[in-house]
Structures are given as structure tokens and as C-alpha cells.
Design a protein around this ligand. Structure first.
Ligand SMILES: CC(C)(COP(=O)(O)OP(=O)(O)OC[C@H]1O[C@@H](n2cnc3c(N)ncnc32)[C@H](O)[C@@H]1OP(=O)(O)O)[C@@H](O)C(=O)NCCC(=O)NCCS
Length: 142
């Protein structure tokens, strides 16, 4: 297993898009829009691979000199609950810390709060809706 930092529009990036679409959008009857994907240009993309198969991925959007937003965290369906997402988050946090970022925020789906909680993210603010699902903001200082 190998973690890769993937370049926008690379072959690996296209695999990440397919995974994100399959895990985060299609179950909701949605697709990743062109406008949404436009933001990917400016973001950091991390993914876990086994040989050429993508297992898990996430992205970070730069919010300020010190703050980043973790987005689009997804592990392939039949591989969830095996520690892959955790491994990717911990690796990427360390990498972003070395880049000088110290604060991570994210919008957690209700169903994923425990996952982030176990990674020491703290919830704040009121519940809100995104992609038709209840979400809560969470943050962590690294
Ligand atoms: C949420 C998600 C990214 C977690 O990735 P994963 O690879 O399944 O997570 P891991 O196996 O690394 O889990 C790490 C820990 O969190 C727990 N966990 C993971 N997802 C969980 C969930 N949805 N509910 C409760 N606990 C969860 C695991 O049991 C594990 O606990 P442990 O360390 O005590 O054993 C993945 O389940 C997923 O892709 N879900 C669908 C898409 C999604 O909801 N993404 C997040 C959007 S905000």
C-alpha cells in the first residue's frame, strides 16, 4: 500500500474523481459538477493506492496562510472500516503541518462524525445541510 500526493488532471487524479463520484455523490443521486471540480486546481490531493488501484482519497482546500479545509474524504465501499481512511488522514495532516498549516476545518456528514471524532476533530456551531444531508463543522489544530 502506498500514499501518493496526486497532481490535478493526472491519471491518479482521474481515479480519485471516479472514487469520489462513486462514494460521495452517486449514492445521493448527484454527480460532481464542473463548477465543483474547478476548485480542485488549487487543492492538495492525497490518495492511498494498492498497485494501481485507488482505495481512499481526500483533498485540502487552502483557506488562509495557516488554515486548510479537508474535503471529499472517501474510502472505497468494501474497504471501509479497515483503517485506510485514518491512515490517509494522519499522513496528510503530517504533510500539511510540514507545509506550515496549523488548523484544519471540515464539514462532517452526521454519519462520519465518529470517524473524525476518533481522529481528534472537535465539532462546533449549528447543524446545517449540504448535498441534502445534515452536517456539522469540525476542526483540529495540528
Ligand atoms: C467516513 C470514511 C471516509 C471513513 O473511512 P474508513 O477507511 O472507512 O475509516 P477507518 O477504517 O480508517 O476508520 C477509523 C476509525 O473510525 C471508525 N469509523 C469509520 N467510519 C465510521 C462511521 N461512519 N461511523 C462510525 N465509526 C466509523 C472506524 O470504526 C475506526 O475506528 P477504530 O479506530 O476504533 O477501529 C468512509 O467510511 C467513507 O468513505 N464513507 C462514505 C463517504 C463519507 O461519508 N465521507 C465523509 C464525508 S464528510
Amino acid at each position: 500500500m502506498e500514499i501518493r500526493i496526486i497532481k490535478y488532471q493526472s491519471e491518479d487524479y482521474l481515479k480519485a474523481i471516479q472514487l469520489r463520484e462513486k462514494i460521495l455523490r452517486l449514492p445521493l443521486g448527484l454527480t460532481l459538477t464542473k463548477e465543483f471540480l474547478e476548485q480542485d486546481k488549487e487543492q492538495y490531493h492525497f490518495a492511498l493506492f494498492e498497485n494501481e488501484r485507488i482505495l481512499s482519497s481526500l483533498t485540502y482546500k487552502i483557506m488562509s496562510e495557516t488554515s486548510i479545509k479537508m474535503r471529499q474524504v472517501a474510502t472505497d465501499k468494501h474497504l471501509q472500516g479497515r483503517g485506510l481512511g485514518k491512515k490517509l488522514v494522519l499522513y496528510s495532516e503530517e504533510y500539511m503541518k510540514k507545509k506550515g498549516y496549523s488548523h484544519i476545518i471540515l464539514h462532517a456528514r452526521d454519519s462520519a462524525i465518529i470517524f473524525y471524532d476518533k481522529l481528534n476533530y472537535i465539532s462546533f456551531g449549528e447543524e446545517f445541510e449540504e448535498v441534502g444531508l445534515p452536517h456539522i463543522k469540525m476542526e483540529k489544530y495540528i
